[in-house]
Design a binder for this molecule. Structure first.
Ligand SMILES: [Mg+2]
Length: 189
């Protein structure tokens, strides 16, 4: 035991929300919990990440708040229900939730600025050099590159693709197969 050692930093998987955690609302916004539908395969993917002892961090843009289509309370209600469901289905929840809302008092910067990832790294003691991002949009992949993550995985969806990710899959089931080979076991010591 070395008492002068700094606390061990954990690797993390950063999750985009719409199009990864839940079914993409297309050009609109998920404005209520009733409209939030978990994406097929997400519970398996989330369970894999948590069972390996990795941190799971949500980094999401929810500009419907800044546009006045929903309130900050509405967004927090959706995320509270999401966390409750994850605890029930997977026995774990997101370690951190970072949302850019577009409101003037929002403390976060929009993607692809890596600020949300840097804030999470500070607050949750993350090792970004070993961390991954999963998202469906170019700005998610650009954010991962800007933050210096080890890699990024794109779930192909309804978004145009101009930026190449480290890997691309057509489904979350395929993402589980990829991450199964990437995520080291962090549950020991
Ligand atoms: Mg998305």
């Amino acid at each position: 035991m070395n008492e002068t050692a700094s606390p061990k930093r954990s690797p993390a998987v950063f999750f985009d929300r719409d199009g990864v955690v839940n079914v993409s609302p297309g050009k609109g916004y998920v404005l209520s919990w009733e409209a939030f539908e978990f994406a097929p395969g997400f519970f398996e993917l989330f369970s894999l990440v948590k069972n390996r002892g990795w941190k799971a961090v949500l980094v999401t843009s929810q500009k419907g708040v800044g546009k006045g289509l929903m309130s900050t309370d509405d967004l927090e209600t959706i995320h509270r229900n999401m966390q409750d469901t994850l605890r029930e289905k997977c026995g774990a929840e997101f370690d951190g939730i970072y949302a850019f809302t577009g409101k003037s008092d929002c403390r976060h910067q929009p993607k692809p600025d890596p600020e949300m990832i840097y804030s999470a790294a500070d607050e949750l003691h993350l090792d970004l050099n070993r961390s991954w991002m999963i998202g469906d949009a170019d700005r998610d992949i650009e954010m991962a590159i800007a933050a210096g993550l080890e890699g990024s995985l794109r779930v192909r969806g309804d978004k145009p693709i101009k930026v190449e990710a480290s890997g691309t899959v057509n489904s979350l089931e395929a993402a589980v197969a990829i991450f199964d080979g990437i995520l080291t076991d962090e549950t020991q010591g």
